[in-house]
Ligand binder design. Sequence first.
Ligand SMILES: Cc1ncc(COP(=O)(O)O)c(C=O)c1O
Length: 465
Amino acid sequence: MAVEWSGLTPEIMLHLDRGVRGTLGAQLQEALRTAIRSGRLQAGERLPSSRKLAADLGVSRGLVQGTYEQLAAEGYLTATGGGTTRVALALRQSTVEQVTLSSPVEAGIAFVPGRPDLGSFPMRDWLWAWGEAARTASRSDIGYGEAAGSPRLRDVLASYLQRVRAASISAHDVIVCNGFTQGLALTLDVLREQGTETVAVEDPGHPQMAMHVRRAGLTPVPVPVDAQGVRVGELRRTPATAVILTPAHQTPTGVVLAPGRRQELLRWAEERDGVMIEDDYDSEFRYDRRPVGALQGLAPDRVVLIGSVSKSLGPTLRLGWILAPSHLAPAIAEEKHRSDRGSPGLDQLALTRLIESGRYDAHLRRMRRAYAAKRVALAEALRRHAPHLRLTGLDAGFHAAAALPEGTDEAAVIAAAGRRSIHLHGMRRYRVDRGSEPPAVVFGFGDLSEHAIRSGIARIADLLR
Ligand SMILES: Cc1ncc(COP(=O)(O)O)c(C=O)c1O
């Protein structure tokens, strides 16, 4: 709501610097545009009269009148009766500028896999959604809610996942959790209680997956991954009755689980009476083709799909979801109740509003464009400086892997790059079975600007050759 000032003209903090280049008129125009875009001046709000503002700023009245006319022509302001100037009502939310998050001074350039563009967190949308949640919350929303999550959020997630991930779902099977990490822990606890002893993990895979399995009192076994995804023949040779997978964009190789492997996995699960845990961590970002549907859609009674907003919005929210088969969902919800009685209720309502309002989709569209440009920057920089490197995993997400020439000492390359303040992650840290596998680097580019990506690769060009 715009502030309606009664009688008096509003004071607006505008600062003009006579010591810098550029006319005062241009400065005043830009200051007003910024105040409007950032929401400091809101739609419908009345501006001071040109006489008052001119006196406050120590400039001529003609300069202020000229500024008002210019911004009216651009659609920021409207002149209403009685010589009053207001911020235009038709100003759409999308013209509101992103809140700028300050960045810590990070020495060098860090290609960190798994880190989204933190500076693009849609703070303004989140504040709006949180405001909506606070404004519309009922008394019961402030108490202990259902441990499985807000029914509204679960409904919204159910239809969202159906629409975007081709998931097969009913809202009762959705459990809200604090990110993938908690979703996995709850699922593993339930599987252990129901008799599972051994859980397969991808190799290479997320460095902490085996640790999570061990912490749940289960035994992890590595299963190798090749260009088609996890090797199901090798999985059959293990005693595992559950497997954790990243089918949409494998961590860290970036390969997409091939259709044939999906079918093989379904057969394995039927024969073994097994469970597949689908880590759906960055499926929102796919560039050249439509997103690959979730494995869960093929076998809803065999797959536990776990996703979160950590990559789509930001890890700090600690909000995620579990889609579990009906024979596991109640036990997982019970486990959630025992562990923390449910995720924060107002945050759940805010996420509900964010998705319902279309702002979540709009943010994803913006981010898809931003990551696509970063991905092009990485591919071009590598093509230019290290044309022999084979890059995999660029179809989706914001990391890709590059195999180094045979015989390269991976650790030495990473150490040498580090001495030039370029921080890389080697493939070795993702391997469970550490033998003499081909050396490779995993480039995370989500949180780097295109410029940083290009200059980072240029600075280590000789090391990659
Ligand atoms: C492959 C993969 N899975 C899961 C996670 C953890 O996600 P969350 O923040 O939702 O716990 C990460 C985080 O980096 C990840 O890279």
